[in-house]
Design a protein around this ligand. Structure first.
Ligand SMILES: Cc1cc2nc3c(=O)[nH]c(=O)nc-3n(C[C@H](O)[C@H](O)[C@H](O)COP(=O)(O)OP(=O)(O)OC[C@H]3O[C@@H](n4cnc5c(N)ncnc54)[C@H](O)[C@@H]3O)c2cc1C
Length: 263
């Protein structure tokens, strides 16, 4: 079973307490902030390793990011992944989720044979949860989001999918794409042997030209998303409880909405 896991290196916001934004560029301030593997992606790596232990095969991790994203790949190798690929090129800087899913899906096609592609349910910095579904769509593969359990028999997959107060069971055939949640497993610690192996591992760096990426579809200029402003919303004001019977409350609410010119 060949499994590809897409991981993103993100700032360790827990160690910071909160994210800091550069008001001029509308980007995250990353300087001096330790980086980690996106926590949901650690669950994806763990699941891939467990599936490999059960069914055999190979786990390949891939990330698209700046050169220092290599650290995240070495951590995944130390956990037990077999191979890692870094997709990094100045031409990719500023890519939004559309451009990122285009670049990643092209890289996955270059990797070739695979049965499963795993993603975290979302990145804790960008937070859009769009990259996994975008990749699945571009590869024309079935996708299951919010996965908390996977059972595989031959080429059939049964996935438990987390809903707000329940879960549903969804079945599909491999190859397929899965976005995983934290409920799925407890990521393992790296062994000393794994750390030593990861330290020595050669990690190929793929450039935009290695993938023959269309320049018009990558980087800031190739990204249709424009970030106009990022700000921390004001905490909501104190609400007001309306008194009286239900008809009295409705009447009071309607008159308040009229006063505020909402209706
Ligand atoms: C040189 C360079 C610099 C970059 N700098 C930044 C930056 O400063 N800030 C930034 O947010 N992004 C940066 N990126 C990466 C890219 O632009 C974002 O990853 C992308 O927009 C993801 O959006 P998101 O965070 O909302 O992910 P989501 O859609 O929320 O992520 C969902 C899941 O998709 C996967 N995923 C997401 N991004 C990647 C990725 N890059 N590689 C592999 N798997 C991924 C993970 O499994 C993740 O759990 C950079 C890329 C390059 C090449």
């Amino acid at each position: 079973m060949n499994i590809i896991v897409c991981i993103k290196q993100v700032p360790d916001t827990e160690s910071l307490g909160s994210v800091r934004i550069n008001g001029e560029t509308n980007t995250l301030i990353r300087e001096g902030i330790p980086s980690i593997i996106n926590p949901f992606d650690e669950n994806a790596i763990e699941e891939a390793l467990r599936l490999k232990e059960k069914h055999g095969g190979k786990v390949t991790v891939i990330t698209m990011g700046p050169p220092q994203a290599e650290e995240a790949l070495r951590k995944a190798l130390a956990m037990g992944a077999d191979e890692a690929i870094l997709l990094s090129d100045p031409a990719l800087i500023g890519s939004d989720t559309l451009a990122t899913s285009y670049a990643l899906s092209t890289a996955i096609k270059k990797i070739g044979q695979f049965d499963l592609i795993l993603f975290g349910k979302q990145a804790i910095d960008g937070d859009t949860a769009q990259v996994g579904p975008g990749v699945a769509e571009r590869l024309g593969l079935p996708q299951i989001t919010y996965v908390r359990k996977l059972e595989i028999e031959n080429s059939k997959v049964k996935a438990q999918r987390t809903l707000e107060d329940a879960f549903e069971v969804v079945e599909t055939k491999l190859p397929a794409v899965f976005m995983v949640t934290k409920e799925m497993n407890e990521p393992r610690y790296s062994s000393m042997r794994g750390v030593l192996r990861a330290k020595k591992a050669q990690i190929p760096v793929w450039k935009a030209t290695d993938l023959d990426l269309d320049k018009e579809r990558i980087g800031l200029d190739g990204s249709p998303t424009q970030v106009i402003k990022i700000f921390t919303p004001e905490p909501p004001g104190k609400g007001e409880l309306l008194e009286g019977t239900v008809p009295e409350q409705v009447e009071a609410l309607v008159s308040k909405l009229r006063e505020a010119k909402v209706i």
